[in-house]
Design a protein around this ligand. Structure first.
Ligand code: FAD
Length: 480
């Protein structure tokens, strides 16, 4: 059965699909995003280094270089519009020996060619003055003043909230299983027998973008998984460094980094291991040991007793070496936005603008909406003034009740996160939206209360509530 006809369907609700989605909602169009998972940002967008790179790393002339430098400049404004935590905290790439110094010089030249501003090579003393907790074995650094940090999943959630508020549609739990060309349109088949028709189709399916491409065109590239593992620390470690500290990059990645997060934690990682399984994000002893040792070289001040959690993400490595962002002479209304490996997060807003241009060149009519509202707001109780807190609690008692005592998150914020959820809320979905359960106890104390709140607000049996993905229910039986 064919459902409504859309102007544009986007496959994939990561930061790339979300950025294109929001950009398109500025125009008078019917837009639908389909994702196989039960929330947005469940792929690479959920687990990465969260750095809005300056752009000194990608090869000059590549898509990665072009979009990194322009995307970096767009983040401050889009995070302000979307009320998402962002900090221009700068970065240092550190050198331990003369070979590393050569690398810094090459990165500096590369960055200049890419149009990166605010780069300088610093000696040991100046570097240690900026970051006194660095190892005294370092001998120089490359400073990148435009490097920033963001919360990638909160950013993506906000992109979707804003896109939906501006008339776009999102359908989760909808894996695209088949695509057929039908006259000048596409029929997009999803699980459970639903079929959607669209004039234009955008492939932003991350690690599975090759599979989607092959549904409509001859195979012309492949996407391979490369695992990256991390260790995150308590906030007690978050002030060790102001800047993001990179070791020198290798052929396989940007090098192990140590950085604070926008929420005040510290994290280290990633490693870079080519793997076979595109979905396996379990961490391994070998990878964690590698990043642990590498981070110890960066600084011996990190207290490893303060470890909070390990996690891993899968990079989508394209066989072409660069992002694949194009339509095809044979199939102008199908656009691949594939192989978006790092620095894809940093590139996302710039990629979105270009994809809209490609769609326009392919025949999509773009009429600006007069009522597009770029602003999305959320309630963060801790950030409010005392007067604002007082008024909020006076009007709604739920803001006077702390549920997550580690992160100081109120019941009001949890209810707000539930009401904003795109589908049935999950424990981790609530955590990603308002940070309840992100703290030192990792939800040991507040999870039962959050289950209770979801159950009441959504009128759900507690046994139906999932931890994260659609098959992760946590309560099996009622025993009393
Ligand atoms: C370890 C690591 C570190 C990184 N560090 C950084 C960094 O610091 N800075 C930076 O700029 N970039 C970084 N990146 C890269 C960045 O995370 C990615 O470029 C970005 O998240 C890619 O977004 P995406 O939307 O293309 O993919 P994803 O976030 O993976 O989204 C793709 C979506 O498609 C959906 N999907 C797949 N198949 C189907 C289907 N058949 N039907 C429906 N839906 C489907 C998936 O469920 C998923 O939600 C890093 C990546 C990793 C893994």
């Amino acid at each position: 059965m064919v459902f409504f006809m859309y102007d544009v369907i986007i496959i994939g609700a990561g930061v790339i699909g979300g950025s294109i989605f929001r950009e398109l909602t500025k125009y008078d169009l019917s837009i639908l995003v389909l994702d196989k998972e039960n929330d947005v940002a469940m792929g690479a967008t959920k687990a990465n280094s969260a750095i809005i790179h300056a752009g000194f790393d990608p090869a000059p002339g590549s898509f990665m270089a072009k979009y990194n430098v322009s995307g970096n400049k767009m983040y401050k404004n889009s995070c302000a519009e979307l009320d998402v935590p962002y900090e221009n905290n700068e970065a240092l790439v550190i050198a331990f020996n003369t070979k590393d110094i050569k690398t810094l010089e090459n990165l500096y030249k590369n960055g200049k060619k890419n149009g990166v501003v605010g780069l300088e090579i610093l000696g040991k003393d100046k570097t240690l003055q900026l970051e006194p907790n660095l190892s005294t074995s370092i001998i120089a650094s490359l400073r990148a003043k435009t490097s920033s940090i963001v919360c990638p999943f909160q950013y993506t959630i906000a992109l979707f909230e804003n896109g939906i508020a501006n008339g776009g549609e999102l359908l989760l739990n909808s894996e695209v299983t088949k695509i057929e060309k039908y006259k000048e349109t596409f029929l997009v088949y999803t699980g459970f027998g639903k079929v959607f028709q669209t004039k234009f189709l955008v492939n932003a399916a991350g690690i599975y973008a090759d599979k989607i491409h092959n549904m409509v065109l001859q195979k012309s590239f492949s996407i391979s998984p490369r695992l990256g593992e991390y260790i995150i620390f308590n906030k007690s470690q978050g002030s060790l460094f102001s800047r993001t500290i990179f070791q020198c990059p290798t052929l396989r990645g940007k090098g192990v980094l140590v950085s604070k997060t926008v929420h005040g934690n510290l994290f280290i990682g990633p490693d870079a291991e080519d793997v076979v399984d595109k979905d396996d994000v379990s961490t391994k002893n070998s990878g964690l040991t590698h990043i642990f040792r590498a981070a110890k070289n960066t600084s011996n001040k990190i207290d490893f007793n303060e470890t909070l959690k390990n996690y891993a993400g899968i990079r989508a490595i394209p066989s072409t070496g660069d992002f694949i962002i194009k339509n095809y002479t044979k199939l102008k209304n199908f656009i691949d936005v594939a192989g978006i490996k790092s620095p894809g997060l940093a590139c996302a807003p710039a990629i979105a603008e270009d994809v809209v241009l490609i769609l326009k060149e392919s025949g999509l009519t773009l009429n600006k909406k007069s009522n597009f509202n770029p602003i999305r707001k959320r309630i963060n109780f801790l950030e409010l003034s005392n007067k604002e807190k007082h008024n909020l609690v006076k009007n709604n008692k739920a803001f006077g009740k702390i549920i997550c005592s580690c992160e100081k998150i109120t019941e009001g914020e949890i209810l707000d996160a539930i009401d904003r959820s795109f589908s049935v809320p999950t424990i981790c979905g609530i955590k990603r939206r308002c940070r309840a359960g992100m703290g030192k106890c990792q939800g040991s104390y507040c999870t039962p209360q959050i289950i209770d709140i979801i159950s009441r607000r959504c009128n759900l049996d507690k046994r139906e509530i999932c931890f994260d993905s659609a098959d992760s229910t946590i309560l099996l039986e009622k025993i009393r």
